[in-house]
Every structure is written in C-alpha cells, then in structure tokens.
Design a protein around this ligand. Structure first.
Ligand SMILES: NC(=O)C1=CN([C@@H]2O[C@H](COP(=O)(O)OP(=O)(O)OC[C@H]3O[C@@H](n4cnc5c(N)ncnc54)[C@H](OP(=O)(O)O)[C@@H]3O)[C@@H](O)[C@H]2O)C=CC1
Ligand SMILES: CC(C)CCC[C@@H](C)[C@H]1CC[C@H]2C3=C(CC[C@]12C)[C@@]1(C)CCC(=O)C[C@@H]1CC3
Length: 332
C-alpha cells in the first residue's frame, strides 16, 4: 500500500520543497497537495511531475483560514482515502509585518545578537484582522483551521496497528511572552505570529497527550530562516539579494540561517523517516545549516509544560464547540 502524505500550503516555499524532497526519497508515496488556490496547486503539481514523472500527486482545495473550506476539504479527503499516514500542517501567514529598526540596531550591540538573528525576537510586529468566521486570521490560519482539519480526519489518522503522524511547521519565533491563555487568539497585541506559533507548540504537546494512545503522534519543526514568499513579505526581495553575502557570513555564527527552502525542509523530511515512539513530544526539531552549508537536525526542548498545553487544549475544545454549532450539517 502506498503511504498517503497530505501537505497543507504545498504550493510554495518550504511546503513545495518538502514535496520535492519526499518524492526524491520515495516515489512510491501518494502525495496530496492541500492548497487554497487550485491554480497554484496545479502549477505545483506540474512542477513536481516534471521532476518526478512517475509520481502519484493529487490536489485538494483547503483554505485553512476558513472553517467551511476545511470541512469541505476534509470531506473530499475522507471520500478519497482510508488512511492518511502523514499530515504536514505547514500552511502559514505573517500578514503586514513591520521590522523595528530601532530594536534591530539595539540588538546588534547587545549580548543577545545571535539569538536575535535566530529567532527574530523583538524585531517584528504584525497587523492581524478578523475572518468571516469571526476569528483572528493568523490564529485561524496557523493553528485553528489546521486543528479542525485534524479533528475531521481523525478516523483516517487514528489506527493503532499503523501509527499516523502530524508534523507542524512551527518557528523559532514562537514565544511564551507573546502568548496569553486569556487572549489565545491574540486579539490585543501585535505579535500574532509569535503567539500563533507558540499556540502550535502547545497544541502539539496536548495532541500527543490525547492521541498517542489512538496511534497518532504529533511533532513540531522549526525550518530556520528561509527565503520564501513569507520572508519576501517582511523585506523586499532586492534587499535580501543585496544582503545575501552578509547572511552567509551570519551562518558562521548561527546554524538557523537555512536560507533555501530545500535546507529549511530538512527536519520535516528527517521526521518522515523516524519512528514516532522514539521522538520527544516536548522537543522542537530544528532544521540547521552549518557555515559550510551542511544540513542537519537538532532537537531543542520547548519553553512549555504539560499543564499549560492542557489548559490551552481546553480553550481550543470550547472554541471548537462554539464554531461547530454554526456548521451543523445542512448549514454549510
Ligand atoms: N520562511 C521562514 O523563514 C519560516 C517559515 N515558517 C513557517 O513555514 C510555513 C511555510 O511558510 P513558507 O514556506 O515560509 O512561506 P510561503 O508563503 O512560501 O508558504 C506558505 C504556504 O501556506 C499557504 N497558505 C497561506 N494561507 C493559507 C490558507 N489560508 N489556506 C491554505 N494555505 C495557505 C500559502 O498558499 P498561497 O500560495 O496560496 O498563499 C503557501 O503555500 C509557515 O507555517 C511559516 O510560518 C517558520 C519559520 C521560518
Ligand atoms: C542583515 C540581515 C540578516 C538583517 C535582517 C533582520 C531581520 C529582518 C531578520 C533577522 C532574523 C529574521 C527572522 C525572521 C524574519 C526576518 C528576521 C527578523 C523570522 C521571524 C521569519 C519567520 C519565522 O518564523 C522565524 C524567523 C526567525 C528569524
């Protein structure tokens, strides 16, 4: 039986590089690109097929920023497959990012300079908005839409005889101080991205607590700093091109400047090959690239604990109940 691998946000950046790398490693898998734009998904499928002509690649429309679309996409996946072996929860956004030049210059002359480059801590703010579902857009896209997708696909993911895997693209930018349990959607602040990635980490831990017994395992990854549409939205592409030599130089001091989507996907591919029971649910698996451009994976303990992850999980369960009331069959 072919292994079924579903990847959200598969049409560009890290998601697309992951698909290329998975097919290079094993062209017997069935790959399903879960994307919000069918046109961009078709283009990605064509690109994958041109480098792997015999590959088995399908597409499904899923906009993780819309509950209606997630429910429709999950329905199609349920009709199409009996089991999903790997679900990569990779789609993500950072809308309207602003870099604080003041914080950057201050950070350059502080002892935290290396960690500033690795995590972007304190450098970025975003302007979030509210979706048609009445949820914060960054939270719904990066976290909650994916959570609903998992819940809808539960029967395809929970098999004791053959464990299935959830692999989230989190970030080193996930930060406890940007997240608050009383404002877990981050309605108030301006660090919705950091908050959503911390929420991702909490959710992954809670999912392991509840679902390992049902044969479902969750892991989180940090791909490092990667040049993708997301980073070109932070600073223009000509700027990144100009400072590329500086970035290679910075690589001598931090292994987090993976730069290419191929390198950024390192930990996502590595996890594909690991036995889930051997993984640490409290670790984040970082894609790293050395000064000599060698890629490797480093697990680092996350700044969280089981109690906070379970408290967050309760909030998510409450929100799910509220949202589902609006989407009873026949209403959507
Ligand atoms: N680049 C980096 O340095 C880092 C990235 N990450 C994370 O990596 C992941 C991939 O991002 P990256 O490859 O960098 O950036 P890209 O913008 O290239 O990729 C993001 C992908 O997510 C998709 N997406 C966005 N919103 C939705 C939605 N509502 N429904 C479905 N798909 C959606 C995009 O689709 P579309 O083309 O239609 O917009 C695109 O395919 C994200 O979760 C990001 O937070 C984490 C750490 C660092
Ligand atoms: C000389 C240059 C390298 C200066 C660039 C400064 C900043 C714009 C960047 C330094 C660290 C970067 C970073 C991210 C965005 C750009 C920086 C802040 C991310 C936050 C992008 C998205 C993530 O998920 C994590 C990245 C961490 C590092």
């Amino acid at each position: 039986m072919r292994k079924v691998v579903v990847v959200t946000g598969a049409n560009s950046g890290i998601g697309l590089a992951l698909c290329q790398r998975l097919l290079s490693q094993d062209d017997q898998i069935h790959l399903c690109l879960a994307c919000r734009s069918m046109q961009r998904a078709e283009a990605a499928r064509s690109a994958l097929l041109s480098s792997h002509p015999s590959a088995d690649v399908s597409i499904v429309q899923v906009d993780v920023g819309s509950i209606k679309s997630v429910l429709q996409g999950a329905r199609i996946l349920t009709q199409r497959y009996k089991q999903i072996d790997y679900l990569y929860l990779n789609a993500g956004i950072m809308p309207n990012p602003q870099v604080s030049l003041k914080a950057f210059v201050k950070g350059l002359f502080s002892r935290k300079v290396i960690s500033m480059f690795a995590t972007g801590e304190g450098l970025l703010t975003q302007k979030d908005s509210v979706t048609e579902d009445g949820l914060q857009k960054v939270f719904e896209t990066n976290v909650f839409g994916h959570y609903i997708l998992i819940k809808e696909l539960e029967p395809l993911l929970c098999h004791n005889n053959n464990p299935s895997r959830l692999i989230w693209t989190s970030s080193s930018n996930a930060r406890k101080s940007a997240f608050s349990l009383s404002d877990y959607q981050h309605r108030q602040g301006q660090e919705s991205y950091s908050s959503s990635k911390y929420a991702t980490d909490l959710l992954s831990v809670a999912l392991n607590t509840h679902y390992n017994i049902k044969g479902l395992y969750s892991s989180v990854v940090c791909p490092g700093l990667v040049m993708t549409n997301l980073t070109y939205g932070i600073l223009p592409s000509f700027f990144w091109t100009l400072i590329m030599p500086v970035m290679w130089l910075i690589r001598l001091f931090t292994n987090s400047f993976t730069i290419s989507p191929h390198n950024g996907a390192e930990a996502l591919v590595w996890l594909f090959n690991q036995k889930p029971e051997s993984l640490d649910p409290l670790a984040k698996y970082h894609s790293c690239t050395s000064g000599l451009a060698n890629s490797y994976v480093t697990p680092l303990k996350m700044d969280l604990d089981d109690t906070s992850s379970l408290s967050f999980y309760e909030k998510i369960l409450d929100l799910e109940k509220q949202v589902r009331k609006r989407f009873v069959p026949g209403n959507c």
